[in-house]
Design a protein around this ligand. Structure first.
Ligand code: HEM
Length: 135
């Protein structure tokens, strides 16, 4: 039973409390029996139901005991297909890149925009003053 292959779309159909599949590191776990017992609350487990919960699971820094419980709920492996969401490897680097990369870019962009604004204002000001003198 534990070597059944699931596609991501199959897993995503099992989101109910009594029928809850989650993917952690490309393995599929049936967490229904554990939802009520989870020390972190049922809400978080239901939130990741039918999805890849690898990141959420690792972020919390679960103990070895938690991993043993997880092993006991193994029902199969995930068969990835083109187009499947891959929250695991993607989320972290993308978030990092957004924070540092575009954050810095934004700063430089704003700075340049301010400089252009000041230059335009200065040119406008001199132009108006020059015209005033003529009149
Ligand atoms: C599906 C597999 C999961 C299992 C078997 C599991 C198991 C456990 C266990 C045994 C604990 C007690 C502390 C420890 O031993 O590490 C725990 C705590 C916790 N879990 Fe999970 N967990 C799972 C998924 C998740 C997910 C997806 C989240 C989402 C954020 C989560 C959030 C938490 C939190 C916040 C605690 C800390 C609770 C506290 O100390 O007050 N868990 N979990």
């Amino acid at each position: 039973m534990s070597n059944k292959e699931y596609t991501y779309s199959e897993v995503s159909e099992h989101t109910g409390k009594k029928d809850l599949l989650v993917v952690i590191h490309d393995k599929v776990y049936n967490c229904s029996s554990f939802v009520d017992e989870h020390p972190g609350g049922e809400e978080v487990l239901l939130d990741v139901g039918g999805q890849d919960a690898s990141e959420a699971f690792e972020d919390v820094g679960h103990s070895d005991e938690a991993r043993e419980i997880l092993d006991g709920m193994l029902v199969g492996t995930l068969k990835r297909q083109p187009g499947d969401p891959k929250p695991n490897p993607q989320t972290q680097p993308v978030v990092g890149a957004t924070n540092t990369g575009s954050g810095a870019g934004m700063g430089v962009g704003l700075y340049a925009l301010c400089l252009v604004g000041v230059a335009v204002a200065y040119v406008g000001y001199t132009y108006i003053n020059a015209n005033k003198d003529k009149a």
